[in-house]
Design a binder for this molecule. Structure first.
Ligand code: SF4
Length: 212
């Protein structure tokens, strides 16, 4: 399995090259993006983050103290903005109270403990928590999503009913805990699903995973 996963990675990397994820200038910005990207596309998230940047609000202190309705207005382009404003502030309040800074938060505890803490915050599910840990915290966890399931399932590597934990375990159990590899691998899977492995009519003939 290990070799198969590495061969898939290599085929995708050879085809697409580095994906330069996650788009964000600081760990805080990446973390904000990880919450705002729930149920929307990145261009909408990008517009919301641009609003925050223009308003001088891209700091932990500013975001924690901003009244929730004003935060919601700033992030309106990301959709579900009232809900996301609450979720984002839940997360940022937790980080501010427990560490005082985003960087300090990631430095202070093992990855498994941080993951438990993040999952205990209302509105932070496994995909968001793992995205935060991997892309903002440089922690060696693997992010999986519906795209991951679709591709692995179509290649017979996971069952139809596999859940998040089973999908993630496939990578964590067979690959070294390598932040660079995990970062790139997830990004390449997303790229493959968007360009070739669509929900209906997958373009297998042109796909780098044809033959796998
Ligand atoms: S498009 Fe076809 S070959 Fe490519 S990942 Fe999907 S099922 Fe596999």
């Amino acid at each position: 399995m290990r070799q198969r996963l590495l061969d898939i990675y290599q085929a995708l990397f050879d085809c697409f090259g580095p994906q330069h994820w996650w788009p964000g200038e600081t760990p805080l910005e990446i973390l904000v993006g990880a919450v705002l990207t729930q149920n929307t596309n990145w261009s909408n998230v990008s517009r919301a983050i641009d609003n925050l940047r223009r308003a001088g609000l891209l700091s932990l202190d500013a975001l924690v103290h901003l009244p929730t309705p004003l935060l919601a207005e700033q992030i309106r382009p990301s959709g579900y903005y009232n809900l996301k404003a609450v979720r984002l502030q839940n997360l940022l309040h937790h980080i501010a109270a427990s560490a005082g800074s985003v960087e300090g938060y990631f430095d202070r505890r093992p990855t498994a403990s941080l993951r438990e803490e993040l999952l205990a915050i209302k509105g932070i599910g496994p995909e968001t928590a793992d995205s935060i840990l991997l892309y903002a915290g440089n922690k060696p966890t693997f992010v999986v999503d519906a795209y991951t399931h679709r591709i692995l399932n179509r290649h017979g590597l996971v069952a139809d009913e596999s859940d998040y934990h089973e999908l993630q375990a496939l990578f964590l159990d067979h690959l070294e805990p390598d932040v660079t590899l995990f970062n790139e691998y997830h990004a390449l899977i997303v790229r493959t699903a968007k360009e070739f492995c669509r929900k209906s009519n997958p373009a297998c003939d042109a796909c780098p995973l044809k033959g796998f």
